[in-house]
Write a protein that binds this ligand. Structure first.
Ligand SMILES: Nc1ncnc2c1ncn2[C@@H]1O[C@H](COP(=O)(O)OP(=O)(O)O)[C@@H](O)[C@H]1O
Ligand SMILES: O=P(O)(O)OC[C@H](O)CO
Length: 497
């Protein structure tokens, strides 16, 4: 029982990492995930592909580490949040592709609910805003658009889950239909103050309560894997949404500590302790983690496109052949050029919540080329991070940490991270273990199975790799910030309410 396994099912890939009980990574395996775009603004994943990738990566990581099921104290699952799967309870087969968090197909349905005046009550209970991002409108869409789905749901033969829940069902051979409090808190159906599914919300979204999973702590007994999967059973004893797992992996356990994860999107979470802070500036209140029945809350800012803008440079514009080439290209940009990319490819998330907004490149001259566009794509994550921090500071007049802990694939871009520090005028800390999401999931499993230290002991192990210190002069910062605000104003289609 000397190892832990983290399954990190992300938007762009599925990873399995074997850690030892000191939480040092030992081996890993990864598989890219196919992105399916059936219509503009729609994004789907194939749940069967997700499932096979999970089994394959866990097997590969175990084999690389030279361990068997008996050597594993527990599995922790972490996942892209909000992505919605409905499956048939009798066969375990999904009735449709998963609708991904980025998908905008329910924008009109959400607008209608807002117009009907539902948002204040929804916000009060869930801490969220009514937006296609969250699971509820996606579930309703599936029930209304997949033939026979609603009657199956009413008969009790359909199950809903975010990706963690679907994987748990499959890993336990259909024995356990459960999720954790952090994933539940992203559905628009969960009352985060009392930690329960809300019947009134389910009725408002026309969702039968019987399809919802049971909600457990993040560190809990979630059941055992079917023995045939990994040549012996392994206990699943941790689950958290990927942004919450990163908050844990970054050891943001004290109120005021915050982290930003730059993957496909960017998600900034600020620990607010046992106080459920309600945002007045269009941020989300969410559950950071739930341990021993105790909820710790966070304020969250969610940006839909961060690393995805770099993917667009690579796959859409073919300006680079690998994401890691973005810095080299951007370094060639003429510093006198001020090009802005507003990467609202799937609308704008916090603090704008404008599902209809679309992207724009502004400030182009005859001299602007690939280098200036690449630089604008990297800078866009800095500007968006500042949008979130301005909203957080407005919500919380009490001082928060001035240091931002960062992680995720895009933190490999030194240019982007330096710009984040410059535009925030605050230090940015990148830890040694950049796989903080997996680390958080492994820690949960280790905490539950008793092989890892308590939160304080785990915090002491956090190690700095590099601090990015602001170097930009105040006048440039102010000019660029004003330029970004003007660019954002050009793409917005509605005012916040
Ligand atoms: N060196 C780099 N420079 C800029 N962006 C990068 C770099 N390496 C990876 N990325 C971006 O990071 C993202 C992948 O990060 P990851 O944390 O694996 O995402 P996810 O969890 O969403 O699957 C991709 O969008 C990719 O374009
Ligand atoms: O897969 P990631 O890392 O882009 O994270 C996705 C988020 O969980 C969406 O809310």
């Amino acid at each position: 029982m000397s190892h832990l396994i983290a399954i990190d099912q992300g938007t762009t890939s599925t990873r399995a990492i074997v850690f030892d009980v000191k939480l040092e990574p030992i081996s890993s395996a990864q598989k890219e995930l196919r992105q399916i775009y059936p219509s503009p603004g729609w994004v789907e994943h194939d749940p069967e592909e997700i499932w096979s990738a999970v089994v394959a990566t866990v097997r590969e990581a175990m084999s690389k580490a030279g361990i068997g099921a008996k050597d594993v104290a527990g599995i922790g699952i972490t996942n892209q949040r909000e992505t919605t799967v409905l499956w048939d309870r009798s066969t375990g087969k999904p009735i449709h592709n998963a609708i991904v968090w980025q998908d905008r197909r329910t924008a009109d349905a959400c607008a209608a609910l807002r117009a009907a005046g539902l948002e204040p009550a929804v916000k009060e209970k869930t801490g969220l805003v009514i937006d296609p991002y969250f699971a509820a409108s996606k579930i309703a869409w599936l029930l209304d658009n997949v033939s026979g789905a609603r009657s199956m749901a009413e008969r009790g033969s359909l199950a809903f889950g975010t990706v963690d829940s679907f994987l748990l069902w499959r890993l336990t051979g259909g024995k356990i239909h459960a999720t954790d409090a952090t994933n539940a808190s992203r559905t628009l159906l969960f009352n985060i103050a009392c930690g329960k599914w809300d019947e009134e919300l389910a009725t408002q979204f026309a969702i039968p309560m019987g399809i919802l999973p049971e909600v457990r702590d993040c560190a809990a007994n979630f059941g055992d894997t079917s023995p045939e999967l990994f040549e012996g059973s392994i206990r699943i004893c941790g689950i958290a949404g990927d942004q919450q797992a990163a908050t844990i992996g970054q050891c943001c356990f004290t109120p005021g500590m915050m982290k930003a994860t730059y993957g496909t999107g960017c998600f900034l979470l600020l620990n607010t302790g046992d106080e459920l802070v309600r945002s007045h500036h269009r941020l989300l209140s969410t559950i950071a983690y739930q341990l021993g029945g105790q909820r710790t809350y966070a304020l969250e800012g969610a940006i839909f496109v961060a690393g995805a803008a770099v993917q667009w440079l690579r796959d859409g514009l073919h300006l680079i052949s690998r994401s890691s080439d973005a810095d080299e290209l951007a370094k060639k940009a003429d510093p006198r050029e001020e090009v802005y990319l507003v990467p609202a490819f799937v609308g704008l998330g916090a603090p704008y919540w404008d599902a209809e907004a679309r992207g724009a490149l502004l400030g182009l001259t005859r001299n602007s080329g690939p280098a200036e566009i690449a630089k604008a794509a990297l800078e866009a994550v800095g500007f968006q991070t500042r949008d979130l921090l301005e909203a957080m500071h407005a919500d919380l007049p009490t001082p928060t940490d001035t240091v931002l802990r960062v992680d995720g694939g895009m933190t490999a871009s030194a240019l982007a991270m330096q710009f984040v520090a410059d535009i925030l005028n605050a230090p940015v800390d990148r830890p040694v273990v950049m796989e903080t999401t997996s680390l958080g999931a492994a820690y949960l499993a280790g905490y539950q199975s008793g092989v890892c230290a308590d939160l304080a002991g785990f915090s002491a192990s956090w190690q700095l790799d590099r601090r990015f210190v602001p170097v930009m002069d105040a006048a440039s910062r102010a000019r660029k910030w004003a330029g970004w605000q003007a660019a954002i104003a050009r793409v917005r289609t509605r005012c916040p309410h």
